[in-house]
Design a protein around this ligand. Sequence first.
Ligand code: TRP
Length: 330
Amino acid sequence: MKTKTILSGMRPTGKLHLGHLVGALNNWTKLQDEYNCFFMVADWHALMSEYENPSNIKKNSIEIVKDWVACGIDPEESVIFVQSMVPEHLELAMVFSFLTPLGWLERCTTYKEQLRELEGRMLATYGFLGYPVLQAADIALYKADAVPVGGDQLPHLELAREIIRKFHGLYKKEVFKEPAPILTKVSKLVGLDNRKMSKSYGNFISLSDEKDVVKKKVYSMYTDPNRVRADVPGKVEGNPVFIYHDIFNPNKSEVEDLKERYQKGKVGDIEVKEKLTVALNNFLDPIREKRGKITDKDASNILKHGALRARETAKRTIAEVKHCLHQIID
Ligand code: TRP
C-alpha cells in the first residue's frame, strides 16, 4: 500500500520536448512505484497567460497526455487529469485567496520574471497575480506530501506551504500536508543553441519529432565556437553536442572515443552529429511508437477516467474545508 501522495502539473502550452523528459517526466515515472500520483494538465494556469488566444489549449492538453503516457506514465497506476474538469480546484483557490496577503504575491520572483518575459501580453491582471494561489490549491486539494518540480517552481511551493500553514493556524485543523519539493537530479537541459531551452527560441527537440526533423535539428546544433575546422582541437565541456551525447547515447565507449578525438582535432562535427542523431532516434523510437498508437479518443478517455478519480479525493477535501469555514455541506 502506498501511503504518500504526490501531485505535479504542466501547462499545456505546446509539445513536450527532451527538456521536459530529462527535467521532469523521467522523475515522474520513477515516483509512480512509490507514491500515489496525481499528474495534472494545468489548463487554467495556461489560460492565465493565454486568455487572449485560447484556441490551442484543448489540442495541447490532448497532446500532452499522449506524451506523458508514451514516456511511461501509467494511466491506471497514476491519476492523469485536466485541472478544469475538477471544479474543486477553483473553489479551493478562492478560499485560499481570502487568506493570502497581496504582499506575498507581489514579492514572488516568478511573477515579476514572467511579467518581464512574456512580452506582448496583458498580464498585469488579478488572475495572473494569483497564479501561485491556484497552484497551492492544486497541491492542497489532494493533500500532497510532495511535489516533483524543477528549481524554478520553488518560490511557488514555498508560497503553497505558507498559505497552508496560515489555513491551519486560522481554523485550528490540519486539513492539508505541508508539501515538500522533490527536485530533479538532472539540471536543466541546454537548448540546441546553448541558450536556455525555450519555446520562443525554438531550440529544442520535441518528443514527437520525426527522424528527419531530429537529424536536421542535430545538424544545426551549436558546438565549440572556437573550432573553425575539424583539425582544430575542441572543447567538450559545456558543448551541447557532448552534453546530449552524455545523456542520450548509451554507448559510453563511443562517446569517450568521440570526445578524445574531438579534443585532439581528429574528428569532424559531422561524425559527432551523425552518431548523436542515431542515438537520439534510437532513444525516441519507442516513445514515438507508443505515442503513435494513442488516439485523441484514448487520451480524452484517460482524462475522463482521471477526472472521476481526482474528484473523489477533491470533493472530500472541499467538504472538510467547508466544515472549517462553517459552511453548509450539501
Ligand atoms: N506552475 C507549474 C509550471 O509552470 C505548473 C503547475 C500548476 C504545477 N499547478 C501545479 C506544478 C502544481 C506542480 C504542482 O510548470
